[in-house]
Structure formats: C-alpha cells, structure tokens
Design a protein around this ligand. Structure first.
Ligand code: ADP
Length: 427
C-alpha cells in the first residue's frame, strides 16, 4: 500500500472519529434536554393530580389545568386557592411523584395565611433516609399573586438527570475506547510499514555491498580458469590476490552484520579496563583516519583536556564506537572533511565530541538515526555504503557503559555526536 493511500485512509478515519465524537456530543445534549422536558411534564402531571385530590376532598371543582407554575427548573408552585393540610399534602406528593417515576428527593413548603409567609414543611427523601433531612432551599420565595399555595423544590435535580443518562455515558466510554483502540491499530500499522521499509532497504544495501566483490571474484576466477595463465605467474598472483582480498572483505562484512545482529539482543558482555585515551585515539587516527581524511584534502583536529585522561571501558567496543563515528563523519561529507574531536573530563565521567562539516541531518531524521537499520537517503552523495546499524551499535555500547550519546546537526553545515562515559562505574 502506498504512503498516499495510507495517509488518505488515516485522514478519513480521523475525520470519521471527529464526526462520531461531535454526533455523540450533540445526541447527549439532546438526550439531556429531553430528559429535562420529560421530568417537567411528569412533575407537572404529578402536581396537578395532587391539586386535584386536595380540591376533590374539599368538594372544590375548580379546574387544575393551569394551576402549576414552574418558577425555575428545580422549583414549582401550585396555586390551590383552598386550605392545605401538610400531612395530606406530603402523602399525596409522595404517591403522585412516585407514580410519575420521579425518583429523587424533594422538599416542600406551604403558604402560611397567618404569617403571610412561605413556611418550610419538610424534606422528603426518595429512599426514605431520615438522616438526609437537611434544608437545601432555606427561603421559598413568596408568590405575591398567589394565596393558598404550596411549593415543591428538587434540590438534587442535576444529579438525578445525570444518573438517568448513565446509558449515554456508558456508550460514550465504549466509543472513546473504540477510538483509542483504532488509533493504536493505526499506530501499529504505521510502525510495521516503516519496519518493512527499513528491512527492504537493509536487504537492498546488503545485496549492493555483496554484488561488487562477488562480481570481481567471478571475473578473476574466470581469468584464472584460462590454462594460459600458468605462463604468466605475475598475472596469476595478481588475480589470486584480488580473490583473496575480496573474500576477506566479504567475510568481514558478514562478520560485521552478525556482530550487529547480536547487538540486537540488547546486551553485550563488556570487559572493562582502565584505558589511556590519548595514545589509543592518536594510534587510531595515525593508522587509519588521518591518512584517509588528508587524502581528501581535509584534516582531523584533536583537543584532549587533560592530556592523560583515563577511561574505564571495553577496549574493543570503545574503539568500535570511535571508528563508527569517524567513519560516518568522513562518509557523510561531500566536501573536504574537517573533523574536530574534543575530549574532556566532566563531573563523574568523560565527554567526547566528534564534530564534522558533513552533509548534516535534518530535524525529522535526527530522532531516528539511532534506530536499527535506519538510513537517510543521501540524494547528492552517491554510493555511500552502510547497513544503518552503526549508530544503533554506538548507542548500545554507550548505554552498556552507563553513558549516553547525543547528536546535534544542521543540514549542509555538519553534525556533532557527543558521547558521555562515566568514570569508574562498574556495570
Ligand atoms: P550507516 O552509516 O551504515 O548507514 P549508521 O547507523 O552509522 O548507518 O547511520 C545511520 C544514518 O545516519 C546514516 O545512514 C546517515 O544518513 C546518518 N548519519 C550518521 N552519521 C552522520 C554524519 N556524521 N553526518 C550526516 N549523517 C550521518
């Protein structure tokens, strides 16, 4: 599947997820409004019934259609215009509100003709829990337009409505979970795709690295197959040497890949010892790197402070770390390579930085260069060989020593790899 198709699918899935969340939100809001409306209708019906029974007991036949007033969402008044007995009122309220499926506490007050005030009459808990008889609406406002009337207040209306909506919240949680699982699946797909691309690159690189020596061996062996070659011992030796060199090169390559593959187990046994950094580094530079860099018109500068820095490390692996960093500094440089190596003692350890003037690494690639098999396509720098394993190995070795590696880089300007190895920490 191409990157474009995956990206389109991802964007469509994201849009669907956003639409699903918006739809869910709108439905929940609507359901809440509906729940509120149903509550209002049921309370009004219950209160009308209460009024009807009170009036009927007094043989009063006044209509009850517009007897209920909604003062606010939680508070209702019922204008009876007849005397109200609190005991009768409470039992009627309980019965009628239950009949209308109003499953929440309420408190009520009755207008007192003598004091001409609303008098608080009681708190009725839906679960009949006496201990919850606390007054929540301390002042029941008097309605100047009404005479004999009572008020009913629902103090926990919001909690009640939220509880009634629990199914909706449950479905929202399921939806969010589903979207999270979907996001995780998409993440896995992307990761798998990247891994498969990396592996494809690795196989391509391997083939490329082995193709040239194999072709050279084939040509040389064909020359050696010619019986006439026996008459030309110099030529014979020449071709035999080519075959020998190329097989050594191939063996080394295979060995390198095997070593790197072993490092995939994420532990390498270290044989740490105290090493003199300056002589070790200078010998590596003199034998291999200075001649290489100078042949390309560049140079390597070294600062070591103090000059007798000692390092507690595995010699073989530590030398490999330095080689990998120097190899890269030279490989990934399109001009005369100038490399600055800076070694210093810092608190608790040794810091070494390798600064080059190479092609640099872009910000988006910088986070991946330590990943296994990761290689950045080097458009203008052809035929740079590698397996994308070097930096991964370098990082692993630094970590095994209890240290770390950091990189800063700018495209076209160069890169700086900085390693830290703790002084005398046995891991
Ligand atoms: P390899 O060199 O075998 O490809 P590495 O793991 O050593 O693998 O490096 C990974 C990638 O990081 C390289 O492909 C290269 O693109 C980039 N890289 C490493 N070192 C440098 C450097 N000094 N300058 C620019 N790019 C670098």
């Amino acid at each position: 599947m191409s990157n474009k198709t995956i990206r389109t699918i991802f964007i469509l899935a994201l849009l669907c997820a956003i639409l699903m969340m918006i739809t869910q939100y709108v439905w929940i809001k609507k359901a809440y409004e509906l729940e509120k409306n149903t509550f209002h209708i049921n309370v009004t019906t219950a209160l009308k019934n209460v009024a009807f029974y009170i009036l009927q007991a007094d043989n009063n036949t006044s209509p009850v259609d517009s007897i209920v007033t909604r003062v606010d969402t939680k508070y209702y008044t019922v204008n009876i215009n007849d005397k109200i007995d609190s005991t009768v009122l409470v039992s009627l309220l309980k019965r009628e509100l239950r009949a209308q499926q109003i499953k929440t506490d309420f408190e009520f007050s009755v207008y007192d003709c003598e004091s001409e005030k609303m008098k608080y009459s009681g708190y009725i808990s839906y679960n009949q829990d006496e201990s919850s008889k606390d007054i929540t609406r301390s002042v029941f406002p008097k309605n100047k337009k009404q005479n004999n009337y009572f008020g009913v207040h629902f103090p926990h209306l919001n909690t009640y409505l939220t509880k009634e909506m629990s199914n909706w919240f449950f479905s929202t949680i399921i939806l969010v979970l589903f979207l999270l699982i979907l996001a995780y699946a998409v993440f896995i797909i992307f990761r798998q795709k990247r891994l498969s691309e990396i592996q494809k690159d690795f196989v391509n690189n391997m083939t490329h690295e082995f193709k040239t020596p194999l072709a050279t061996i084939k040509i040389s062996s064909e020359v050696l197959k010619n019986p006439q070659i026996i008459n030309n011992p110099e030529r014979l030796l020449n071709y035999a040497t080519i075959i020998n060199n190329e097989t050594t090169h191939l063996t080394n390559q295979v060995e390198r890949v095997l070593q790197m593959a072993k490092s995939g187990r994420n532990t390498i046994e270290l044989n740490r010892e105290v090493l003199e950094l300056n002589p070790m580094l200078q010998s590596m530079l003199d034998k291999t790197y200075r001649p290489l860099v100078r042949s390309r018109g560049g140079d390597i500068l070294v600062h070591i402070n103090p000059i007798d820095i000692k390092i507690f490390a595995d010699e073989l692996h530590f030398k490999n770390v330095i080689s990998n960093l120097l190899d890269n500094a030279i490989k990934y440089c399109a001009r005369k390579p100038y490399i600055i190596i800076d070694c210093s003692e810092v608190k608790d350890g040794i810091r070494m930085s390798f600064k080059d003037n190479g092609i640099g690494i872009s910000k988006e690639n910088l986070t991946h260069v330590f990943d296994k098999f990761y290689r950045i396509p080097t458009g203008n720098l052809h035929d740079v060989k590698g397996f994308g394993l070097g930096l991964n190995y370098v990082k692993l070795i630094c970590k095994q020593h209890g240290g770390n590696i950091k990189v800063t880089s700018e495209l076209e300007k160069g890169s700086e790899f900085c390693i830290f190895i703790p002084k005398f920490r046995k891991s």
